[in-house]
Every structure is written in structure tokens, then in C-alpha cells.
Design a binder for this molecule. Structure first.
Ligand code: NAD
Ligand code: 0WE
Length: 259
């Protein structure tokens, strides 16, 4: 019996088997949770359906968080399978590629800023708002963030302010939903090579430098993020809400490094 046996979980953000969301779905399934997975757009449907079969998911459902009607339809569909939601995982981030290229002010635009904040930050609150009628009285909402929210990182650009907004959203949601027993937290992951990361120039050297600097002298894995999400989703974390939990091999604590 896993520590999530009897719990229901919706996991967004699977695009490949290297997605952080895949690591999370796998860890939740290992601990006995029942899963619903979502996919963005028809071209991901078959792939995510295959992952769903492998993980024993109840169903896979479409969700493009840019579309209000998708968000509404998702929870209407979920209600046909489950009467309540215990765990909701938001593992979605997006900036237009040109906004992640070059210097901050060179790359920024009103349009790119708007899209990035809409998809990466607002969408977490939008999902919670739509899920609210179905949230159980000990539900746990989890999102994924990055240290670029609080430190300037070359190339992370407008994703930094969007992650700051996401973390602030997380705290406001925690304050709002806390009286109903619902917890809301963020996991701040160290860099991991996923689809979203593979297009970024210099990502390999960023990974190597992160490993050198971190106290544990290595990078983190999707499995480690997944296990942390399983903990946060469980009643083992019943006293934790509004928190950013760092799963980064300790990178964020360092001031200076020796060579
Ligand atoms: P990924 O490319 O595997 O996942 C990103 C997901 O976002 C994809 O599944 C994509 O379909 C989804 N998405 C984008 N726009 C969407 C939309 N409009 N509607 C619905 N879904 C949409 O990459 P990942 O690295 O696993 O990213 C997952 C989360 O983890 C993101 O929030 C990312 O910012 C965060 N994160 C990643 C790292 C890293 O180094 N990889 C580190 C810290 C935090
Ligand atoms: O949050 C992220 C990735 C976010 C991301 C990546 C892409 C690439 C493809 C958002 N939107 C897009 N849009 C695309 O078109 N991370 C934490 C990983 C990441 O991305 C970086 C990093 C790190 C770490 C970009 C620059 C510098 C460091």
C-alpha cells in the first residue's frame, strides 16, 4: 500500500518521457494514486495515451491552458470519472522562443510578456478556480518553478518574472484555499534536460555548472522531483502550504564556490 492509495491526481504537462510531469505521474502511481493525465493539442494525444496506459491512468484528456473552454471542459470530463480531486499538478511553462534568445530587453515585447505570464503563471490559478468545486478537503495543488524567479539568469528572460508571478499566485491561492483545508505549494527544480530545455543554447554547460556549484555535486532527476511531489501530495505534508520547496541538490543555498 503506497501512501497515496485511494487518492485521485490530475497531472498536466507531459510532453515526453523526460518531462518533469512524467516523473511526477510515475511517482504518484507508484504510491498508489489514481491518475488522469492531460495533453496539449492533438499531436501529443497518442503519445500521452501510451504513457497513460503504462502508468495505469484512468483516462487522458485534452488541455490547452490558453483556452478557457478547455479548462472548463477538463473538469466536466473529470467529474464523469471522479467525484473529487485530491492532487492537481501544474507542470506547464511557456515563453515564445524568441523571448528566450539574447539579452533581456532586446528579447522582451508586450506580446511575449503577455503570453508567458498567461501560460506560465495565470494558468495555475485558472485551473484551481475551475477545480475548486471538486477539491477534496485535504487536497494538494502543486506547481513547478525555477530559481530564475528570484535571481537574474542569462537567457531565462521573461520566464523569470513569470515564475515570480507563479510563486506569488501560489501563495495567494494557499491563503485563499487554506481555510478549506486545501494546500498549495511549488517545487523549485534545478535544471533538468527536458523538451523545454533541449532547445536552449548553452543548456549543457548550465547543467554542468549547476552540478559543480551544488553541495551534492550533481544535477537532480525527474524521479527526485516526482518523489517530492508525491510527498507534497500526501498527508505526510499536511502542515505544509504556501511554500517553495527546492529540489536542486542544494544549489540555491550557495554564495561562493571554491574551484
Ligand atoms: P516539458 O517540455 O517536458 O513540459 C512543459 C509542458 O508544458 C509540456 O508538456 C507542454 O505541453 C506544456 N504546455 C506548454 N504550453 C501549454 C499550454 N498552453 N497548455 C497546456 N500545456 C502547455 O518541460 P519540463 O521541463 O518538464 O517543464 C515542466 C515545468 O517544470 C515547467 O513549468 C518548467 O518551467 C518547470 N521547470 C523546469 C526545469 C527544467 O530545467 N527542465 C526546472 C525548473 C522548473
Ligand atoms: O522553465 C524552464 C523552461 C521554460 C521554457 C522553455 C522553452 C523552450 C521552447 C519555456 N518556454 C519555452 N519555449 C520554447 O519555445 N526551465 C527552468 C528550463 C530552463 O530554461 C532556460 C534555462 C533553464 C534552466 C532558459 C534559459 C536559461 C536557463
Amino acid at each position: 500500500m503506497g501512501f497515496l492509495t485511494g487518492k485521485t491526481a490530475i497531472v498536466t504537462g507531459i510532453a515526453s518521457d523526460r518531462s518533469i510531469a512524467y516523473g511526477i505521474a510515475n511517482a504518484l502511481a507508484e504510491q498508489g494514486a489514481s491518475l488522469i493525465l492531460t495533453y496539449q493539442g492533438d499531436k501529443l494525444r497518442d503519445r500521452v495515451a501510451k504513457f497513460g496506459e503504462k502508468l495505469g491512468a484512468e483516462v487522458v484528456l485534452p488541455l490547452d491552458v490558453a483556452r478557457d473552454e478547455d479548462i472548463e471542459a477538463l473538469f466536466d470530463s473529470v467529474a464523469q470519472h471522479w467525484s473529487r480531486i485530491d492532487i492537481l499538478v501544474h507542470a506547464i511553462g511557456f515563453a515564445p522562443r524568441e523571448a528566450l534568445t539574447g539579452g533581456y530587453l532586446d528579447s522582451i515585447s508586450r506580446e511575449a510578456s503577455s503570453i508567458t505570464h498567461d501560460i506560465s503563471a495565470y494558468s495555475f490559478a485558472a485551473l484551481a478556480k475551475a477545480a475548486r468545486p471538486m477539491l477534496s478537503e485535504t487536497a494538494s495543488l502543486i506547481t513547478m518553478t525555477y530559481l530564475g524567479s528570484e535571481r537574474a539568469m542569462p537567457g531565462y528572460n521573461i520566464m523569470g518574472p513569470a515564475k515570480a508571478s507563479l510563486e506569488s499566485n501560489m501563495r495567494f491561492m494557499a491563503a485563499d484555499l487554506g481555510p478549506s483545508g486545501v494546500r498549495v505549494n511549488a517545487i523549485s527544480a534545478g535544471p533538468i534536460k527536458t523538451l523545454a530545455a533541449s532547445g536552449i543554447q548553452g543548456f549543457r554547460s548550465l547543467l554542468a555548472r549547476a552540478a559543480e556549484t551544488a553541495p551534492l555535486k550533481r544535477n537532480v532527476t525527474q524521479t527526485e522531483i516526482g518523489n517530492t511531489a508525491a510527498f507534497l501530495g500526501s498527508d505526510l505534508a499536511s502542515g505544509i502550504t504556501g511554500e517553495v520547496i527546492y529540489v536542486d541538490a542544494g544549489y540555491n543555498i550557495m554564495g561562493a564556490t571554491s574551484n
